[in-house]
Design a protein around this ligand. Structure first.
Ligand code: AMP
Length: 277
């Protein structure tokens, strides 16, 4: 496995692999089994599998956890080796962005709702780094987790609207045995907070067992309310999977039940895909 830190070396690698089918998994490191499931999926299909590890400052707000975001490069490289990754691109911030940055990618309306409302500029930051990485790695396909459903939708939109020439592959959410969606941020949770965090997945499951949009939201709300003030819910929403528009009276299209909440000082997100009924 090659580990590359510079754009020049990455371009050289890309030229050398030429016509090979290149799969790509972008990450911010602190790799867990969720990330590894993306690599497994990509490994099955790719001749060459590239992973990026880059904590992207552009997608963090001024009061977010950029400085304390976990950085575990050695363990991450071991995980990549174990998954048969061919190339890891782990650039510095200076290498990625240089001294001047004038042009960014804007996520539009999708970047201003839900996660984008709570985290202004977040999706512009995500799309900017992903666009740069796509231009550098030139993958035939890239794999993203359904865990970050709105991110996945924004990336699909960017690829369609800006004519990027690659396939976007969605990977299912990987959970701990008790149901908690795996996240690099779970390591911030104290044991008590971790137990509380399970409320998110339980609320989604309770909602998913219902029929109508009103019942779905009510059942999920009820579970969240039982946790009282220990969980600060940011949003609980039922949206159309393709557009992220609110689902109103009837679940006549595939939908996502989305939740974001703060447990202690840790902000967590989770979602559940619901089929039309
Ligand atoms: P991150 O390192 O948090 O930027 O995540 C990198 C990729 O891994 C994104 O496509 C995420 O959606 C995906 N991912 C993170 N956690 C999970 C999970 N629990 N299950 C599936 N994919 C995940």
């Amino acid at each position: 496995m090659r580990v590359i830190e510079t754009i020049a070396e990455l371009r050289e690698w890309r030229r050398a692999v030429g016509q090979a089918d290149v799969g790509f998994v972008p990450t911010m490191g602190a790799l867990h089994d969720g990330h590894r499931s993306l690599m497994k999926l990509a490994r099955d299909r790719a001749d060459q599998l590239a992973v990026s590890i880059f904590v992207n400052p552009l997608q963090f707000g001024p009061n977010e956890d950029l400085a304390k975001y976990p950085r575990t490069l050695e363990a991450d490289l071991d995980a990549c080796r174990a998954e048969g990754v061919d190339l890891v691109f782990a650039p510095s911030v200076e290498e990625m962005y240089g001294p001047v940055r004038l042009i960014t990618v804007g996520a539009g309306r999708m970047g201003t709702i839900l996660e984008g409302a709570s985290r202004p500029g977040h999706f512009d930051g995500v799309l900017t780094v992903v666009a740069k990485l796509f231009n550098l790695v030139k993958p035939d396909f890239a794999v993203f987790g359904q865990k970050d459903a709105q991110q996945l939708a924004c990336i699909r939109r960017m690829v369609a609207d800006l004519n990027f020439d690659l396939d976007i592959v969605a990977a299912p959410i990987i959970r701990d045995p008790d149901g908690l969606a795996m996240s690099s941020r779970n390591r911030y949770l104290s044991p008590d907070e971790r137990t509380l965090a399970l409320t998110l997945a339980r609320a989604l499951a309770a909602g998913a067992a219902q029929q109508t949009p009103a019942e779905i939201l009510k059942a999920a709300h009820t579970v969240l309310e039982q946790a009282g003030s220990k969980i600060e819910v940011d949003y609980l929403k039922l949206v159309k999977a393709s557009t992220f528009d609110d689902v109103r009276d009837q679940l006549d299209t595939d939908a996502l039940l989305l939740v974001a909440a703060r447990v202690g000082s840790t902000r967590l997100i989770d979602n559940h895909r619901l089929s039309a009924r």
